[in-house]
Design a protein around this ligand. Structure first.
Ligand SMILES: Cc1cc2nc3c(=O)[nH]c(=O)nc-3n(C[C@H](O)[C@H](O)[C@H](O)COP(=O)(O)OP(=O)(O)OC[C@H]3O[C@@H](n4cnc5c(N)ncnc54)[C@H](O)[C@@H]3O)c2cc1C
Ligand SMILES: NC(=O)c1ccc[n+]([C@@H]2O[C@H](COP(=O)([O-])OP(=O)(O)OC[C@H]3O[C@@H](n4cnc5c(N)ncnc54)[C@H](O)[C@@H]3O)[C@@H](O)[C@H]2O)c1
Length: 497
């Protein structure tokens, strides 16, 4: 795409760009597109010198009901909940190493929620200030397209205003989807779980994606008894099969998690004492205090007026875009979860940044979705993953070598905790390039970020082998796996090496 003119609107419209949605992608896109030298205030805005006149419309400047997401996005909620939930494991481990005075630890949910909310509010404020410093005009309210160059802003007081703009960037994200089973309204979603007044003693989680697995482990870490219902054989579809199975095996070892695969709820009812009864499609009953539906997210495009602007929308509500995040309308762009590419915060940031650099910065920057690392924060058994699964690699390269290692992390040689870590390296045999790395175990997320750099640079297995390990660490296993577990030749798994 040829670079467009900076601030080319020349007074025809009120703004060069209106951004609808101020989460991860929208804040980044607007901040980078905006800012001329005169409004540069902090170091944080120094990179942003593209000079467009930008307005950003965000439904809420403060997290929580009814919009839940707010300026800057609320992803950090999960991070804090994960950290909070891990202490139960750490406190147990500490005692096995001789620490005392912590034999009967208790957790105060309301103290934790209060501190978490305070931190998220602080972040909301920071994002508001960053935008202000960058010179982005920020409006609280709902944005809706009236035409390709007009956006209706409905403020918190219900008042409507029409803003005109040369271009629009849509970054409205998604909203949790609940299947329409009987009593679904009694279930909460990931929106509400961040605001529970009390920790449920018994939680049923429905679904088998990131959110289902993470919240099953988070709430179990805090002490809830969790039943995870997933409609198919094994959760986390799309992840490497060995990693999925390894995590399922590890979760099955935990006393307070009951994994129920091939199980789906048929109805949810309220008992006279306000607790809930979940009846599965097979007719089994489970009693719980709370049901979390983690059954996917739907792009938030329903009332966005996309039809009035002529923007194409897929059946599932997502917006198709080209490699520069442009929709079928030349002046309308979309980034982040609403486009249904990879739904991760850093990906939305990258897409927003590339958009601004290309359209207002005179650069030619396409977001690069290859070797994007991801993590599932499943307690002490988190997954860190980058690149292809074994199945995908065999499909693409036919000749593939697989290295695998399962071992007990050194920490647990003294704790007595029955847990294992899995590491897997997938290599395209002909080029020796490492095309997939999958880790399940403590600190997997931290490890995979560094591995992703090597993979992005095209590292071969030989490069991994020639790197000296760091001892003692679990990560050193990544550079000491010398013997392949098995190979594929011409797409067929070889029984013997
Ligand atoms: C529970 C949960 C945990 C997650 N954990 C992680 C994680 O650990 N790591 C990770 O990388 N990703 C995580 N994600 C995914 C990540 O949050 C998204 O990929 C990312 O936020 C997408 O950014 P976005 O800009 O597209 O949308 P969002 O960040 O969702 O922002 C959209 C914004 O638009 C606003 N909005 C919507 N409609 C309108 C409108 N009409 N007018 C005005 N404003 C509007 C919303 O209020 C919201 O603030 C998680 C998601 C969820 C739900
Ligand atoms: N750690 C992270 O980076 C992180 C954490 C949370 C979310 N996310 C992002 O957010 C996105 C959304 O997460 P998610 O967990 O909501 O979605 P998901 O697509 O990962 O999982 C949805 C799950 O719900 C199940 N499901 C769908 N419809 C159902 C139905 N009618 N009945 C029963 N089950 C049904 C699916 O089989 C799937 O297992 C993810 O794709 C991910 O990119 C990332």
């Amino acid at each position: 795409m040829s670079a467009m003119l900076r601030g080319s609107n020349k007074g025809k419209y009120m703004y060069d760009l209106i951004v609808i949605g101020g989460g991860s992608g929208g804040v980044r896109g607007s901040r980078i597109a905006n800012v001329d030298e005169e409004t540069l205030v902090t170091d944080d805005t120094k990179a942003a010198t593209h000079g467009a006149k930008v307005a950003l419309i965000e439904a809420s400047m403060h997290h929580g009901p009814p919009h839940y997401a707010a300026i800057g996005g609320t992803c950090v909620n999960v991070g804090l909940m994960v950290y909070g939930s891990l202490f139960s494991h750490d406190l147990h481990a500490a005692q096995q190493y001789g620490w005392s005075g912590i034999s009967n630890p208790t957790h105060d949910w309301s103290t934790f929620m209060e501190k978490k909310d305070k931190e998220i509010s602080r972040l909301n404020g920071i994002y508001g200030r960053i935008l202000g410093n960058a010179g982005v005009e920020t409006f609280e309210g709902i944005g809706r397209l009236k035409s390709a160059h007009e956006v209706v802003l409905t403020g918190p007081d219900g008042k409507e205003e029409v803003l005109t703009t040369e271009r629009v960037l849509i970054s409205v994200g998604g909203w949790p989807f609940k299947p329409s089973i009987e009593g679904a309204d009694l279930a909460i979603t990931s929106n509400e779980i961040f605001y529970l007044k009390e920790r449920p003693d018994r939680l049923v989680v429905v679904g088998g994606g990131y959110i289902a697995v993470e919240f099953a482990m988070i709430m179990a870490g805090f002490g809830s008894k969790v039943t995870l219902m997933y409609r198919r054989d094994l959760f986390l579809r799309g992840f490497d099969d060995d990693v999925r199975q390894h995590l399922a095996d590890e979760m099955s070892k935990l006393d307070n998690i009951d994994l129920q695969f091939n199980t789906n709820p048929a109805k949810i009812e309220k008992n006279p004492d306000e607790t809930l009864k979940i009846t599965t499609e097979a007719g089994d009953e489970v009693e719980a205090d709370c049901v979390l539906m983690a059954t996917g997210r739907t792009p938030k495009t329903e009332d966005l007026g996309l039809d009035l602007a002529g923007v194409e929308v897929r059946k599932d509500g997502s917006i198709p875009v080209d490699e520069y995040s442009k929709t079928n309308v030349d002046t309308i762009f979309a980034i982040g979860d609403v486009t249904d590419r990879i739904q991760l915060t850093p990906v939305a940031l990258m897409e927003g940044h590339c958009f601004a650099d290309t359209v207002y910065g005179g650069m030619d920057r396409k977001p690069d979705h290859e070797y994007v690392p991801s993590a599932v924060f499943a307690g002490k058994n988190e997954i860190g993953s980058c690149g292809q699964t074994e199945e995908q690699a065999v499909e693409e390269y036919k000749d593939v070598t697989v290295f695998k290692s399962t071992f007990k992390p050194m920490l647990h040689t003294l704790t007595g905790v029955d847990t294992k870590m899995l590491m897997k390296i997938i290599v395209a045999s002909e080029s020796d390039r490492v095309v997939g790395v999958h880790i399940c175990g403590e600190h997997a997320a931290e490890m995979i970020q560094s591995v992703a750099i090597a993979m992005k640079m095209g590292a071969t297995k030989k490069d991994f082998d020639s790197t000296v390990g760091l001892h003692p660490s679990s990560a050193e296993e990544l550079v000491t796996m010398r013997s392949p577990a098995y190979r594929y030749v011409d797409g067929k798994k070889e029984a013997k090496l």
